[in-house]
Design a protein around this ligand. Structure first.
Ligand code: PL3
Ligand code: FE2
Ligand code: FE2
Length: 231
């Protein structure tokens, strides 16, 4: 999808840009921080994959450090309070599922939904980022594909016994993602990232993931747009 602005037309040092960046940057930092904690939790729940999941959790802390540097580079202070509230509903659902030992739900929330959201956002951001942030984000997004892949492979191997829980977790959590997207749309626009492009990229990533796991095209259509029109 076409984006409106091109990188040379963006004033990264304007107050308007920096104000929006203080929230978007915080969201990304908080998202990477929570992803770090979520993979540690998943390592406890899936002890046979402990080493790999701990390795993923360490990548997430490196991502967090990278995005903190992006904020510092633009002399922006991230609004972490805003970001914590932004993630709270998804975070609570992950915590509840983890406490109940619902590993399928935890994987859907972290490795599918959050990673697809991150991949979509980072891919849309790269062409309109400042040079410093672009290099960091390019490095990060490559690794996010491997996190998405972990969830896909595990869920594909356990597809039959996971299908009902996946459907239910999708119904519970996808509407939250559309709300999050609406909350961030205006600030994203200030950074030259359009909501339509984010939705489109998310749907492509998430639909591909569901397909790799074993869902039919019909299921994917129904599941990936769930709650979109109500958002
Ligand atoms: C998991 O590895 C990372 C979780 C991060 C989630 C990020 C969601 C981002 C939504 C906001 C869109 C703006 C992106 C801009 C990038 C600096
Ligand atoms: Fe990450
Ligand atoms: Fe990740």
């Amino acid at each position: 999808m076409q984006q409106v602005a091109n990188q040379s037309e963006i004033d990264f040092h304007s107050e308007t840009y920096k104000d929006a960046y203080s929230r978007i940057n915080a969201i990304v930092i908080e998202g990477e921080q929570e992803a770090h904690a979520n993979y540690i939790k998943l390592a406890e729940l899936l002890s046979e994959h402990q080493d790999e999941l701990i390795r993923l959790s360490k990548m997430e802390s490196r991502h967090k450090k990278g995005f903190e540097a992006c904020g510092r580079n633009l002399q922006v202070t991230p609004d972490m309070q805003f970001a914590q509230e932004f993630f709270a509903p998804l975070h609570q659902n992950f915590q509840k599922a983890a406490a109940a030992g619902q590993v399928v739900t935890c994987l859907l929330i972290q490795s599918l939904i959050i990673e697809c959201f991150a991949i979509a956002a980072y891919n849309i951001y790269i062409p309109v980022a400042d040079d410093f942030a672009r290099k960091i984000t390019e490095g990060v997004v490559k690794e996010e594909y491997s996190h998405l892949n972990f969830g896909e492979v595990w869920l594909k191997e356990h597809f039959e016994q996971s299908q009902d829980e996946l459907e239910q977790a999708n119904r519970q959590n996808l509407p939250i993602v559309w709300k999050m997207l609406n909350q961030v749309a205006e600030d994203a626009h200030t950074l030259a990232m359009e909501k339509e492009a984010l939705v489109e990229d998310f749907m492509i990533q998430y639909g591909e993931a569901l397909s790799n796991i074993g869902f039919s095209t019909r299921d994917i259509m129904r599941m990936s747009a769930y709650g979109l029109t109500a958002a």
